[in-house]
Design a protein around this ligand. Structure first.
Ligand code: ATP
Ligand code: MG
Length: 413
């Protein structure tokens, strides 16, 4: 679990604000959710035989003996919230949420135990149109952030019936080569054979590569859905590859699954992953409701933005006010407030802790401020400040209090 320190929070906030702005521009609204839920919710939604539920959850009894779990992902809680609050009764919802998720994983570069996700979910929409829109929306993010080292993989898992049939084929195939399976895969063979396709064990690759392919089993409805998605992506100019081995780690997916991957971040290549989960609301006790969503890892977005040469917006001060002498601090404070009133977003540091003129100017320099305003007893008496452009060789000038906002506005942009 990491501390996100001030030297990077500017980048985080910048990226989060861009992503928010983009999803809002598609008509999505924010929902804020609890960090923990009943353990049962995750077991039922994510599935008992998944990495998350088997070994990654932070689960504990509360004082009442109820089993609670720190959320490992956002979809389950969002669906629970929608059901609890009646958001899905005869209405569609386009929602986004963000915040920390918790998984007891082996920590490594790009993989943490508390990490942050930005999450988008469209509930009540069944067609491939919304699938396409969600993907187009994520493509817009990369474009806006000038991130190019990323590519899209898509696949279809079909309807639950298709998946059931395919599952039987897989069990038959893997049973035939059982003596070559690793321990994990043997365990999954009975419970969750699709997850064998997801195996990261290089010794398993040949066996996995020769396994039957899901897309060959799609029924008419599933094939039409997938073809619809592909056509819309192509029309929108979003390039993709079909990866028939993309199954995604969670049980609840059906039809479309997709992942934006990069090879610019070493082994943690998944940046934004999503899929359709038409059965989840019903599985949690609601009326059958189609839905789809994606989640993006913010740490990975930040890392990818940085390796793509993205610049963090500076958090340096614009103005540093030095105040030396009797009565100057009071005026420095009121001057700073007046400037904040008249120049939206201006970042002003007023010298704190006193000090000589020289030491205050040193701090002004260190603050990164573009302009230092110098207020001594003489200036106070004359109704002006010394105005020094810190990052240039320009001579210091004198500016009257009532001209200050105008002069600064010109100087700062
Ligand atoms: P991975 O294959 O890397 O384990 P995942 O399939 O478990 O990813 P999801 O559950 O789909 O990931 O989560 C969505 C996104 O959240 C991922 O694409 C990734 O960017 C990010 N993510 C997942 N787990 C972590 C983690 N432990 N630390 C940082 N980011 C993570
Ligand atoms: Mg994982």
């Amino acid at each position: 679990m990491n501390d996100i320190l001030p030297d990077v929070t500017g980048t985080w906030r910048y990226l989060e604000s861009i992503v928010q702005e983009i999803v809002e521009s598609y008509g999505y609204s924010e929902i804020r959710l609890p960090l923990m839920e009943h353990t049962e919710l995750f077991k039922r939604s994510i599935g008992e035989v998944t990495d998350i539920v088997e070994k990654e959850m932070y689960t504990f009894p509360d004082r009442n003996g109820e089993s609670l779990t720190l959320r490992p992902e956002a979809t389950a809680g969002l669906v629970r919230a929608g059901m609890t609050n009646g958001l899905f009764h005869n209405q569609k919802q386009k929602l986004w949420t963000s915040g920390p998720m918790f998984r007891y994983e082996k920590p490594q570069q790009g993989r943490y135990r508390q990490f942050y996700q930005f999450d988008v979910e469209a509930v009540g929409y069944s067609g491939p149109d919304v699938d396409a829109e969600l993907i187009i929306m994520s493509a817009r993010m990369w474009q806006r952030l000038a991130i190019s080292k990323i590519s899209l993989q898509i696949n279809s898992l079909g309807t639950p019936a298709v998946r059931e049939r395919y599952r039987a084929e897989l069990v038959e195939y893997f049973s035939g080569v059982k003596n070559q399976l690793d321990e994990d895969s043997i365990r999954r063979l009975e419970q969750n054979p699709l997850r064998i396709l997801d195996s990261k064990n290089p010794d398993m690759q040949a066996i996995v590569d020769a396994a039957p392919i899901m897309l060959d089993y799609l029924d008419e409805e599933s094939a039409a859905h997938f073809a619809g998605l592909r056509a819309l992506l192509e029309a929108a100019g979003v390039t993709y590859t079909v990866n028939p081995r993309l199954v995604r780690g969670l049980d609840y997916y059906s039809h479309t699954v997709f992942e934006w991957v990069t090879d610019a971040l070493g082994s943690q290549g998944a940046v934004c992953s999503g899929g359709r989960y038409d059965g989840l609301v019903e599985k949690l006790g609601g009326r059958a409701t189609p839905a789809i969503g994606w989640a993006m890892g913010i740490e990975r977005l930040v890392a990818l933005y940085e390796v793509s040469g993205g610049e963090a917006p500076t958090s340096d001060a614009d103005v540093y006010i030095a105040a030396v002498g009797e009565g100057t601090l009071e005026r420095a404070f009121s001057l700073a407030e007046e400037l904040r009133d008249s120049i939206t977003g201006i970042r002003i540091e007023t010298n704190l802790g006193g000090g000589s003129f020289k030491s205050q100017m040193k701090r002004a320099d260190k603050s990164g401020a573009a302009v230092a305003l110098i207020l001594g007893e003489q200036e106070l008496a004359d109704g002006c400040v010394g105005f020094k452009a810190m990052r240039s060789t320009e001579e210091q000038i004198s500016v009257a209090f009532d001209q200050l906002a105008e002069t600064l506005k010109k100087k700062l942009n």
